[in-house]
Design a protein around this ligand. Structure first.
Ligand code: MF3
Ligand code: CO
Length: 276
């Protein structure tokens, strides 16, 4: 299968091992973000912690300088959905924070995002985050040889729709990833199944649903980055970078490679072989 002509960047197994290194840096930094995000902490402080960790492990940031982006994380609070720039506002009890982070190791990118509840958990927000995360995993589960790209999109959308009345962003999508952070193909978070390119070994995709407690409509603030909901409703964003291998999907930005999820859902995957 490797070497087959494709419109997309097809990685060798050795190149996936390099992407795994970047993926594990991303997983570690997001775990650190999770531990430090508390009421009173600022997102600028979180950004500095992420920068320190990158230095410590000798990896580079994917986001810093990307079209002039000024930070290494995106930290989107409450009605901010994605791409919010870290700032000096302290996080408050009851906030919902999405941290998006990308790292480069030996030229290969990893990209992932988590949603963190700050202090007291609010059931409605807990459920929004759970559903968004679950939709990401449902999409990842479709990353099997022979499936088509929109099978992922459809699984994401139907998971969210079946869970309740949530807004699903359409302007922002998942994406191919490898020697660049954003590559073809785009991976929409909605659509009918059975369309688009066939999934083949060597592809790597970032799957990243964004959902809101209200409308799906968003606008960008004057800083040209921060994307907020037009109705002020709160949002969640989850993302993983996933490799498609001959043996099934391998979640490069999850410490266990996705092994726990795949085992629980009877999905073939090489993840347990590479779990750390
Ligand atoms: N990880 C983000 C995504 O794929 C990209 C962040 S944009 C940046 O949606 F400018 F901050 F890098
Ligand atoms: Co991404």
């Amino acid at each position: 299968m490797f070497g087959r002509k494709s419109k997309f960047e097809i990685k060798t197994p050795e190149q996936f091992l390099l992407m795994r290194k970047a993926g594990l840096v991303v997983a570690d930094v997001l775990a650190i973000m999770q531990n430090h995000a508390k009421p009173g902490v600022t997102t600028l402080e979180l950004d500095l912690i992420a920068r320190d960790e990158l230095k410590r492990v000798g990896a580079e940031p994917s986001f810093l300088g990307y079209f002039g982006y000024p930070s290494v994380i995106c930290s989107s609070v409450n009605d901010e959905v994605v791409h919010a720039i870290p700032n000096e506002r302290p996080l408050k009890d009851g906030d919902i924070l999405s941290v998006d982070f990308g790292a480069i190791v030996e030229g290969w990118h990893g990209d992932a995002a988590i949603t963190i509840e700050i202090g007291t958990k609010i059931p409605e927000q807990t459920e929004l985050s759970r559903v968004t995360r679950e939709s990401m995993w449902a999409g990842i589960a479709k990353m099997q040889l022979g499936n088509r790209l929109s099978d992922i999109s459809h699984a994401v959308e139907s998971t969210i729709r079946n869970a309740g009345n949530y807004g699903i962003l359409e302007e922002y999508t998942g994406h191919g990833i490898g020697t660049k952070m954003h590559m073809d193909p785009a991976v929409p978070n909605y659509g009918a199944p059975g369309h688009g390119p066939e999934l083949i070994p060597g592809m790597a995709l970032a799957i990243e649903p964004m959902a809101t407690l209200g409308s799906r409509h968003v606008r960008t603030l004057e800083d040209d980055w921060t994307v907020v909901t037009t109705d002020g409703s709160r949002a969640s964003h989850w993302e993983h970078t996933v490799a498609i291998t001959e043996q099934g999907p391998w979640v490069l930005t999850a410490h266990d490679g996705g092994a726990a999820y795949f085992a629980a859902h009877n999905i073939p995957s090489p993840a347990s072989k590479y779990a750390v």
